[in-house]
Design a protein around this ligand. Structure first.
Ligand code: TYC
Length: 112
């Protein structure tokens, strides 16, 4: 059996020759990534936002202050990029933590 590799596709090509083995290109797709956005509001204390950023996103204190201030000044910032389930879990955790502390903080996710 002839195997004719095709360097462009990674598979092989033949024109109606039953003795030629066709190997299709392996499709390796990366999972889509999701941005987590933090939104500004007038009521959530700055210190609470800093706690959220360090607790759920592993940022150190100065990184948390910097991102909190970006959101405070610009209205919104991307605070991380994750696979769907990780992003969804973090958004749920942040929203639950904010509600439990009676703050209106909003956190959402969108496909990159
Ligand atoms: N704007 C808020 C304040 O002045 C602070 C704040 C920052 C709130 C970031 C939400 O995502 C936020 N207390």
């Amino acid at each position: 059996m002839k195997y004719i590799p095709n360097q462009l596709t990674g598979g092989s090509e033949h024109v109606d020759d039953p003795s030629v083995l066709t190997i299709s290109k392996p499709e390796i797709k990366r999972p889509p990534l999701y941005k987590i956005l933090l939104l500004n509001d007038d009521f959530t204390p700055m210190e609470f936002v800093i706690v959220v950023l360090s607790k759920f996103f592993g940022l150190n204190h100065s990184e948390s202050v910097e991102i909190m201030l970006t959101v405070h000044k610009k209205g919104v910032a991307v605070i991380g990029v994750f696979a769907f389930e990780i992003a969804e879990t973090k958004v749920t955790q942040v929203m639950a933590f904010a509600r439990a502390n009676q703050h209106p903080l909003q956190c959402t996710m969108e496909k990159e």
